[in-house]
Write a protein that binds this ligand. Structure first.
Ligand code: PHE
Length: 342
């Protein structure tokens, strides 16, 4: 009779469960407290005949042990669940903690972007020295000796040796590549250049250019135009228009200045483009046959185009920077604004 009752209580304990504090308390009242079914089993002892007391006592103690163990198990379970629920209380929409990081200089970012665009259409990269000789900076590029064209670019010469100068343009790299490589040549030369100019919002004695050169059989002006159209659209956006204005450079014939439609007003005219709707980004042209010959390339078989652009100029247009000096002053308030270019 007792046996049966005890077995029923045992299986009820085994099956018992609790999901929260209320259910835990219900379990405690049912199986642990003095007035619980287990408590009642203890109270029953006094009604048991003496010779059965020992055996009965053992059975009841087993039930109590079972009930206690289960109680502890349920407490642990409910605690673990509430801990987990608390950790879900995190507000994931809170702004992230600010981690100070550096940024890429706008000129570096612009140079990188230009390189990317041209690399994707098959241009490789080339570099040359910043301290150049007369041949690579002028003579090979068809600047006749004592010709006023040399005055176009105010050159820093080395006093003791007029043959050596700081390069005034990256076109000098064009000469070096043609001297050392056979066509087809498709190369891009970014680099620092120097000109003896008074520093102002629009001019600096140190700045950066990127020169492009393409020499092969049957290269024509249409190739030059298409390449620069592609560049302008990739760099400044689909809507950008390109205009070529006849110009003069000793090393190209014909020569053209490259303008793009003003990014600010889209061509309507504003103070950035001085009302014209166009802004200049560089020079270009078909490589003069004399230059090809000076570099050991057969000008009857090969033709080529070249272009040169100012990296500062492009960065100023792209990021609407009004003063060139900002690039070299390293004012963090300026540089900070380009942190997203990382
Ligand atoms: N080297 C020229 C300059 O610095 C730019 C240029 C490059 C023009 C290539 C034509 C072709 O002004």
């Amino acid at each position: 009779m007792h046996q049966e009752k005890i077995e029923t209580i045992k299986s009820a304990i085994v099956l018992a469960d609790a999901q929260n504090q209320d259910e835990l308390e219900a379990y405690r009242l049912k199986f642990i407290s003095k007035k619980s079914v287990v408590g009642e089993l203890f109270a029953e002892i006094r009604n048991i005949p003496n010779e059965q007391k020992k055996e009965y006592g053992q059975l009841v103690n087993e039930v109590k042990q079972l009930a206690d163990n289960k109680f502890q198990e349920l407490i642990d379970k409910v605690n673990a669940a509430s801990k987990k629920a608390k950790s879900m209380d995190l507000d994931l929409t809170l702004p992230a903690t600010y981690i100070p990081v550096g940024g890429i200089h706008p000129l570096t970012a612009t140079r990188q972007r230009i390189i990317e665009i041209f690399e994707r259409i098959g241009f490789n990269l080339s570099e040359g020295p910043e301290i150049e000789d007369d041949w690579h900076n002028f003579t090979a590029l068809n600047f006749p000796e004592n010709h006023p064209a040399r005055e176009m670019q105010d050159t820093f010469f080395i006093e003791k040796n007029p043959d050596i100068a700081l390069r005034t343009h990256t076109s000098s790299v064009q000469v070096r590549v043609m001297e050392s490589h056979k066509p087809p040549i498709r190369t891009l030369s970014p680099g620092r250049v120097y000109r003896n100019e008074a520093i102002s919002a629009r001019a600096h004695c140190i700045f950066h250019q990127v020169e492009g050169l393409y020499v092969d059989e049957n290269v024509g002006f249409a190739d030059l135009k298409n390449t620069l159209y592609h560049f302008a659209k990739e760099m400044f956006g689909r809507e950008t228009k390109v205009r070529f204005r006849p110009s003069f450079f000793p090393f190209t014939e014909p020569s053209a200045e490259i303008d793009i439609s003003c990014l600010l007003c889209g061509g309507k005219g504003c103070n950035v483009c001085k009302g014209s709707g166009w802004v200049e980004i560089g020079g270009s042209g078909m490589v003069d046959p004399n230059v090809l010959e000076n570099c050991g390339i057969d000008s009857k078989k090969y033709t080529g185009f070249a272009f040169g652009m100012g990296i500062e100029r492009i960065a100023m247009l792209k990021y609407q920077i009004k003063d060139l000096r900002l690039f070299t002053e390293n004012d963090v308030r300026f540089l900070k604004q380009f942190r997203s270019l990382l």
